[in-house]
Every structure is written in C-alpha cells, then in structure tokens.
Design a protein around this ligand. Structure first.
Ligand SMILES: [Zn+2]
Length: 167
C-alpha cells in the first residue's frame, strides 16, 4: 500500500491558500494578490514560494505564519514556505478580480504599470474615486494607513478614500 504519496495536486493547494487573507486588506487572499508565486509538489512534500509585496512589509511574517498553520491544519507533514526574491513583487501581479474586490472595498486599485506613468509623482496621477468613479480627486497624503496606500480626496462625492499605489 502506497500511503506516503500525497493525493493532492497543485490546484488543491492553491484553493487552500485562498483561505489566507492579506492582514492589511482582508478581502484579498494571498493567491490573488500575487504573493504566492509557485506551489511545487514533489513526492510527499509541498513547497510554497512567496514573494514579499514591499520590503519590510510587517504583514509578510503574519502571512508566512498563516500559510504554515494552514498546511498543518490540512494534515500536511512535509512542506516548506520559501521567500522568493528572484523578481520584485509588483502590483501588476494582482489579478483583475483582486482589483475589483479592492474597489468594492472602497480602495482605489492600482493601475497596470503600462497604463500609468510610474515615474510621475503620485500627486499628478489621475486616480479614480472607488465610490463615484470621478477623477476629480487629489492627493491628501502619500502614505495612508499603510505604506502601500495613499490617502486621496474626491471632490465630486466629497469623500476621502485610499489608493493602493501602483508599484
Ligand atoms: Zn467620489
């Protein structure tokens, strides 16, 4: 009886990992954020590769710990979570579904880098209000509740909102 081989596939592991939310944006999971780069299954062990969003982002340790406890809960005995720095995380790795969820959550999502002049100061970028979709908005503070977000104000619906910066 071959009892040591895992009867799971990559899709199953990715489905599990969707239970791990970004602690700073609880509507988004680590798969749609593009933090989980790769899942490798070899014989009876799983390797999950993650790329930190921002260097020194305090959420990363929490995310790593959540992935470890999730795999324990699923009864996986042999696994490792590795940080992958081979490429820098960019907001371009966030799925369209993730961007839509951000907007529904009241955070203006990042644009794709190709659609945004990344070298332009953030105060000069045209950012759409997540509530009324007006672009009559202005930057209030380059740093919102976390370093990856900026605080904007919409002059059309007179509400403040956060923008997840293109990165
Ligand atoms: Zn508005």
């Amino acid at each position: 009886m071959k009892s040591t081989s895992l009867h799971i596939n990559k899709k199953q592991v990715l489905d599990w990992l969707k239970e791990v939310k970004d602690p700073e944006i609880p509507v988004l999971d680590v798969v749609e954020m593009g933090i989980v780069r790769e899942v490798e299954i070899k014989e009876n062990s799983i390797t999950v590769k993650i790329t930190p969003t921002y260097s020194g982002c305090p959420a990363m340790q929490a995310i790593e710990n959540s992935i470890i406890s999730l795999l324990h809960e699923k009864g996986i005995k042999k696994f490792s979570v590795k940080k992958d720095f081979s490429a820098s995380w960019t907001t371009d790795w966030m799925s369209d579904e993730a961007r839509k969820k951000l907007k529904d959550y009241g955070i203006a999502p990042p644009k794709y880098r190709a659609d945004q002049q990344i070298d332009q100061p953030i105060s000069e970028r045209s950012i759409e209000c997540p509530y009324c979709e007006s672009t009559n908005t202005s930057l209030q503070s380059e740093f919102g509740s976390t370093a990856c977000k900026a605080q904007f104000y919409c002059h059309n619906c007179e509400q403040a909102f956060e923008h997840f910066k293109c990165h």
